[in-house]
Write a protein that binds this ligand. Sequence first.
Ligand SMILES: Cc1cc2nc3c(=O)[nH]c(=O)nc-3n(C[C@H](O)[C@H](O)[C@H](O)COP(=O)(O)O)c2cc1C
Length: 210
Amino acid sequence: MTSPDTIPLRVLRLIGSPRGAESESLRLSQQILEGLAVQSGGRAIELIDLDLNTLPHVDGDYALALASPVDLPQLGSAQRRSDELIRQLDEADVLLIATPMHNYTVPSALKVWIDHIVRVRVTFTPTPQGKVGVLRDRPVHVAISSGGLISGEQARQPDFLRPYLKAALGTVGLHALEFFSVEGTARGDVALEQAREMAKEAIRSFFTPQ
Ligand SMILES: Cc1cc2nc3c(=O)[nH]c(=O)nc-3n(C[C@H](O)[C@H](O)[C@H](O)COP(=O)(O)O)c2cc1C
């Protein structure tokens, strides 16, 4: 019989930055992956990378289907894409999100993915008390990169990114979000190195077994 530890830990990584290999949030997510490797004590990790910048927006048929009180018989292409993205999410043990802040919130590419996976009667159930998530809860690690500061007393801008992700993913049943950030990437090389060091330390202390 296969022991659970010989089954790889399946990590779905969402890549929200348009900057490819230069992305700071992608770099940070790589450190989280290393932290996960430490935490999982040698268990293999199967990484599935999804570059969100290639995802098309949802279309009219999809909007119609979501607005309907019952399931419509014919599936449009956006619904089929949505089914596939939900299946991919559901099969993951860990969700890792690499995202820059764009205009105080998630970049549009990540918003498009959210529009595909938050689906009435599929990933959440509407009830008189509100929307109830259907997906199994699992760890969600979020690597954020921002040009300015978003934490602490020096922050001079609103942060809709973290509360929005909590609300959107909570809708489908994912509540265990952990945020790591490299902040102030536009503040020069010295500040960037300091921010990277702080994030590295936060990741190390979170993932290292006590
Ligand atoms: C369209 C756009 C909007 C941005 N909006 C913000 C913002 O609201 N706040 C902020 O701190 N940085 C903002 N930035 C800067 C990025 O968050 C910053 O450069 C980040 O480090 C990029 O991460 P990445 O390399 O993973 O893409 C914005 C950048 C772009 C391209």
